[in-house]
Design a protein around this ligand. Structure first.
Ligand code: SAH
Length: 395
């Protein structure tokens, strides 16, 4: 195995079990590993630090896999990691009310660059590192053995692949082609999911717990669900007796799927309105119409893809939240989220404080939201923590 030797004093992150080794920390590569090859990372004094995937094309030159020198990174090693990750999700799936979740979450499950989502009997796979790409066939074989899915679909169409010099890929990997719409269940609510055309890997299962928490406040309330996608917050609110739900999303497919999901669950269609529009524009229209809501959900896409985009993103979050605060009945609730990893919870609170001041509102935090257990955060890898939110009472 090829040795990668770090510059003097650059071993701290690896010793602290951070899974990324940046190219700037490397002194020498003792050979010519191909992209994705497993190498040994050593400190300047040659002490063993970890095994990892090498990639000369990536800013993250080595993705660390294993810190125990005695381990061998073979099919058995992958099998154990995959088995452990699947076992950890049993709790999410245990009561039969949910049959969709993230089974493998990359670095958080010690499998950098591998994401596997379960959609009822189908699996969707995303490979985002050159290392994982080299053992794709083994991974498919292990998933077949462990889960006996009907089919495995490749959804490796993320732009993250370009950082690893990989082409985007999509299509059936094994088994049956999933139907255009797979029916799944989450919190006892049915959804149609289109893996091929849908966003991300088809469904935002990271909001499962937060949808349920929010719905607990929805009985008899008029809810505005902004960035509704296929209706996660809308459907949970309807299930808990919301008097009316207005859902806004700019995507035609999202709105079409949402409408379908309302019917699928047998909810009264008169209690739900779908609007295909830009949220910022729509909130301004509601303000002109002097419309008010009891509960507003703001679950926008990632506004800050990186730290450098933070200032612009902060202004966008502030404006969005300020607009929403004006549309609430006195004492109304605002469930506001950020899925930008670059915006931590303290920064997010500051942005909300800024929005409240601008809106002339007094705001109380009554709950804090985070990502669910199938999206764990490794304590040594805070970059894996991306989803945060606040439930606010706006006075
Ligand atoms: N709340 C959803 C997930 C939201 S994902 C759930 O529970 O499943 C973000 C959504 O925002 C996507 O559906 C996307 O189509 C939509 N979107 C992105 N920009 C938008 C904009 N400017 N106006 C309205 N919707 C937008």
């Amino acid at each position: 195995m090829i040795d990668v030797i770090l510059k003097k004093g650059k071993e701290k992150a690896a010793l602290q079990r951070h899974p990324w080794m940046f190219s700037g920390a490397i002194d020498k590569v003792k050979g010519s590993p191909v992209n994705g090859e497993v190498v040994v990372v050593r400190a300047a004094d040659k002490e063993f630090l970890a095994y990892g995937y090498y990639n000369a094309q990536s800013r993250v030159a080595v993705r660390l896999l294993e810190w125990d020198e005695s381990k061998i990174i073979d099919k058995e090693w992958y099998h154990l990691k995959i088995k452990n990750a699947i076992a950890a999700r049993r709790h999410v799936l245990k009561d039969g009310n949910t049959n969709t979740c993230r089974l493998i979450f990359s670095e958080a499950d010690f499998l950098p660059g591998l994401i596997v989502d379960q959609y009822a009997d189908f699996l969707s796979l995303q490979i985002l590192s050159a290392g994982m790409e080299t053992i794709k066939e083994d991974i498919i074989a292990i998933l077949k053995e462990e889960l006996q899915p009907k089919g495995i679909f490749d959804k490796s169409d993320s732009s993250a692949r370009t950082h690893e010099n990989l082409e985007m890929a999509q299509g059936l990997l094994w088994g049956e082609m999933p139907p255009e719409f797979i029916e799944v269940k989450e919190n006892g609510i049915l959804y149609h999911i289109n893996i091929a055309e849908g966003q991300k890997s088809g469904f935002y299962c990271d909001q499962r717990d937060n949808r349920r928490l929010l719905a607990d406040y929805a009985e008899g309330k008029h809810v505005l669900d902004c960035f509704s996608y296929s209706g996660g917050f809308s459907l949970n609110s309807l299930s808990k007796g919301a008097s009316h739900v207005t859902s806004v999303d700019s995507s035609a497919l999202a709105i079409e799927t949402l409408k379908h999901n309302v019917k699928l669950n047998g909810y009264n269609e008169d209690r739900q309105t779908s609007i295909q529009s830009d949220v910022n524009k729509q909130l301004r229209i509601f303000k002109e119409e002097d419309k008010k809501f009891d509960i507003i959900v703001l679950d926008p896409p990632k506004y800050a893809p990186s730290r450098s985009a933070l200032d612009r993103a902060a202004r966008a979050y502030k404006d969005l939240n300020r607009l929403a605060m004006h549309l609430l009945e006195p004492g109304g609730l605002l469930a506001t989220f950020s899925c930008s990893g670059a915006v931590d919870i303290d920064t997010f609170k500051q942005i909300i404080a800024w929005a409240a001041l601008d809106a002339g509102k007094e705001v109380q935090i009554i709950q804090q939201f985070c990502q669910p257990e199938d999206h764990p955060v490794r304590i040594s890898f805070s970059e894996g923590e991306y989803l945060k939110g606040l439930l606010l009472r706006v006075l």
